[in-house]
Design a protein around this ligand. Structure first.
Ligand code: FEO
Length: 171
């Protein structure tokens, strides 16, 4: 099966997005660890690994169809944040951008009657629902538990538990 030029570009762009997300979450993990948020640090180390697996899924898909995946150079991610809440807001925005890109690819697949890629993308569509919900839930905690030291400590504990939860439960 041959991928269209348009679809190849979209998939390769998605490799870049997933690689950037992985790097960005690694930088977030580093900031959290050094700032003293151990739970959040573990959470983002895991999240960074997850993004790399997303990238690899697409790399393997492209290669399996005889299109050598383009392994991208990525821009250096932000390395410092004003607060844990701002960091989570940034993560949510990044996931929303990824969702948009995935939906755009689904539309290309539909238009081109590329059924294989359409089915391949189904996993990503579902994954993005979970990813956005995860960060929305964490953001809600700031309202529920508060933004003072005790509240943030509880949020950090929540993130620690999420980081060690089984993959489907943490998703
Ligand atoms: Fe791979 Fe979180 O999007």
């Amino acid at each position: 099966m041959k991928l269209s030029t348009n679809m190849k570009k979209a998939l390769n762009d998605q490799v870049t997005l997933e690689a950037s997300a992985s790097n960005s979450y690694l930088a977030m993990a580093s900031w959290c660890q050094v700032t003293g948020y151990r739970g959040a640090a573990n959470y983002f180390y895991v999240q960074s690994d997850e993004e790399r697996t997303h990238m690899l899924k697409i790399v393997h898909y492209l290669n399996s169809l005889g299109t050598i995946a383009t392994i991208p150079a990525t821009r250096a991610p932000i390395s410092s944040y004003k607060s844990l809440e701002v960091l989570i807001q940034t993560a949510l925005k990044s996931e929303q951008a990824v969702t948009k890109a995935i939906h755009n690819m689904v539309e290309i697949a539909q238009k081109e009657k590329d059924h294989s890629t359409y089915v391949f993308l189904e996993w990503f569509v579902n994954e993005q629902v979970q990813e956005e919900t995860k960060f929305e839930t964490i953001l809600q905690k700031f309202d529920l538990l508060g933004r003072d030291k005790l509240g943030i400590n509880e949020i950090d504990k929540f993130l620690a538990a999420e980081a060690t939860a089984p993959a489907d439960a943490a998703a």
